[in-house]
Ligand binder design. Structure first.
Ligand code: FES
Length: 107
């Protein structure tokens, strides 16, 4: 059986995301957040697994995005919960940069 090739969808320009910041976009009918750190871009579900906080309003700190509601943190690369009160991970998406564009795979 051949490995299926993932599809990627262009979502914005790389330079539309400030270093160390997040940007919320619509993707496949729902909001996701893009986080840029050290010249790389990561894509995560925009809803905190603790109590539904909107993560895109938070800052990127040391590779993690912090939920503005109660301070839970998630790894921007994997979506893993890194600080209480969240314990469950959130969904992460594969990102590619091509010709200055940010492309995200819908998984
Ligand atoms: S809703 Fe995010 S920490 Fe509570």
């Amino acid at each position: 059986m051949t490995e299926q090739t993932k599809s990627f969808i262009r979502v914005c320009r790389f330079d539309e995301i400030e270093e160390g910041k997040t940007k919320v976009i619509m993707f496949e009918g729902r909001e996701i957040l893009l986080a840029r750190q050290n010249g790389k871009v990561y894509a995560l579900e925009n809803i905190c697994s603790h109590d539904g906080g909107i993560l895109g309003e938070g800052a990127v700190v040391d590779g993690q995005v912090e939920c503005p509601r109660h301070g839970a943190r998630f790894d921007i690369e994997t979506g893993q919960a890194m600080r209480m009160p969240a314990v469950a991970e959130i969904e992460s998406f594969e990102v590619r940069i091509a010709d200055g564009d940010v492309l995200v795979s819908p998984n």
